[in-house]
Ligand binder design. Sequence first.
Ligand code: NAD
Ligand code: ZN
Length: 355
Amino acid sequence: MYRNFSIVPNIMFGRGSFNQLTDVIGPRKTGQDSFFVYILDDVFKGGTLEGRLPLQGRDLLLPVNVDDEPKTSYIDALVQRIRDYSPHLPVGVIGIGGGSAMDIAKAVSLLLTNPGSAADYQGWDLIKNPSVYHVAVPTLAGTGAEISRTAILTGPVKKLGINSDHTLFHQIILDPELLAGVPKEQWFYTGMDCYIHDVESLQGTYINAFSQAYGEKSLDLCRQVFLEEHPDKDDKLMMASYFGGMSIAYSQVGACHALSYGLSYVLGIHHGIGCCIAFDYLDEFYPQGVDEFRQMMARHGITLPRGLTVGMENDALELMVTTALNLVPLWENCLGPEWREKMSRERCLELYRRM
Ligand code: NAD
Ligand code: ZN
């Protein structure tokens, strides 16, 4: 069965395009009571980007903290704050930040129109009602969250996205100038998320011409960004992220992402760095990709944390294995339909023990 998948319908790209935010969203305001909710990564609190937000009238600014990756309880609390603020729905939710802030904006816009807790919707196509109009302005590039149909959340029992067509942003504004202040390590880890999306998509058994077209271009852009010097590297990375996201949308990620979910669920390790940690042990799966990744690390002077699982309780290690192996499509993409014969619990545990 072929999937008939939706994509983000409106995209603006270019340096300074953030200045056109008002032109894009302004006409949606209908009256004095109507308001936008700005979900802003709190790293920008009190800085120039906050000062550039076109807040007017009843608009509500919600700075969000992403020291921990987004939790369902956090989404529920934010939705409650918006409901307490006004009996009306906002006309739009604008998410400004990296993958975390963008996923928060997606989930909030969904939960404003769907009853219950965000945890009720972790899964595939559980959302019934269309979301509030929502817009992304990425300030970090690599996750592809700007174009994906998922909002990844950690809930009481699992880390899993709210996957639905309604999750997709209605509008994205890709302004490479906003990447300027990203700390080097974070730039690298989130950029490598994109590189790993490409490798896992292109090397996977689900590969097809659609995903290959996007994945190859994204990989080419990642090589330019991380192995060469280009004055417009931020522009290139932003497009690599978009294309990498488009590639996995019609294929899948693989072993590295499965293992990084275990690291993240049990140890709270963030997505980008978690993918880097896992990828460094996956020579058997992706020999060329891992080799090139190490060249990129060396070129940018990145050293990864090691010995993360040393001294860990067996139960915690087993939970990590279970979390990783539950991601069936990822393993199937990586190793084919008979993946269970190749990736036993013991082999998975052994990989974690080495990290
Ligand atoms: P992030 O959003 O978690 O941010 C990482 C750090 O960078 C934070 O401290 C943040 O405050 C800071 N930051 C962001 N922009 C900055 C800027 N311009 N200048 C300085 N600091 C900045 O990082 P990420 O790697 O973009 O996103 C990871 C999150 O995205 C995880 O929660 C992961 O689960 C999710 N994710 C989602 C998808 C998806 O398709 N929805 C895909 C991959 C990952
Ligand atoms: Zn990823």
